[in-house]
Design a protein. Structure first.
Length: 217
């Protein structure tokens, strides 16, 4: 069976891909605490749900093809038909070369890079018992959580499903709750130093510095 005819049932690919992407993220994130493992667990649930529909049972395609199949012919229970955003805009070429798919590589790559850079800074700060304020932590207070959200957002660009679309805002809310809980603990440990850092550094979205042209007297 070719990949274009695939309609599910390739559970070995579900397992292999899930292990690869979960293990890859764990390599960057290095979970140690209970909070770390909760973050990894939420991400892992998203990944397993994603690859279950991608290679195991394409529930979203079966549901939507019965409803929208006559309107969107490309929406079929095949591997190519699983790229919903391509189907909606009528992309005719290789689905893996569509703008959505290429953009997903960039977004996921940014997420993994952010995880790696943030972990290196946090690891040194923890060893020296000081606040992490350099590297990605100089722009946002929780770069590792943002890294996980970017990876998941990248997957949604190339293969959105009903379940993962529903999970994403729930996970974003959960990560926000974890971030707030973590901030309370760090504020207790570092006091005024953390207060000053938090007052000038956003939680998730970095400030965009606008360059102004020099004034001519």
């Amino acid at each position: 069976m070719g990949s274009d005819d695939f309609g599910g049932g390739l559970w070995i690919l579900v397992v292999i891909n899930s292990v690869i992407f979960i293990g890859f993220a764990a390599t960057f994130f290095h979970p140690h605490t209970k909070r770390d493992w909760r973050v990894m667990g939420a991400y892992s649930a998203f990944i397993v749900a994603l690859f279950t529909e991608m290679y195991g049972f394409p529930l979203t395609i079966y549901v939507l093809s019965g409803w929208l199949g006559s309107t969107i012919p490309a929406l079929a229970p095949t591997h190519a038909g699983g790229h919903l955003l391509n189907d909606l805009v009528g992309w005719q070429g290789d689905p893996h070369l569509s703008p959505f798919h290429l953009a997903s590589y960039f977004v996921m790559g940014a997420g993994f890079l952010l995880l790696a850079k943030a972990w290196a800074v946090l690891w040194r700060a923890q060893r020296e018992n000081r606040l992490a304020v350099t590297g990605p932590y100089g722009s946002i207070r929780h770069p590792q959580y943002v890294g996980f959200l970017l990876i998941m957002a990248g997957f949604l660009l190339q293969w959105p499903t009903l379940l993962t679309l529903a999970m994403f805002p729930v996970l974003a809310f959960a990560y926000t709750r974890l971030a707030i809980s973590e901030e309370r603990e760090v504020r207790t440990q570092f006091g005024t130093e953390y207060g000053l850092y938090a007052a000038t550094t956003p939680r998730f979205i970095p400030h965009i510095a606008l360059r102004r042209s020099p004034q001519v007297a």
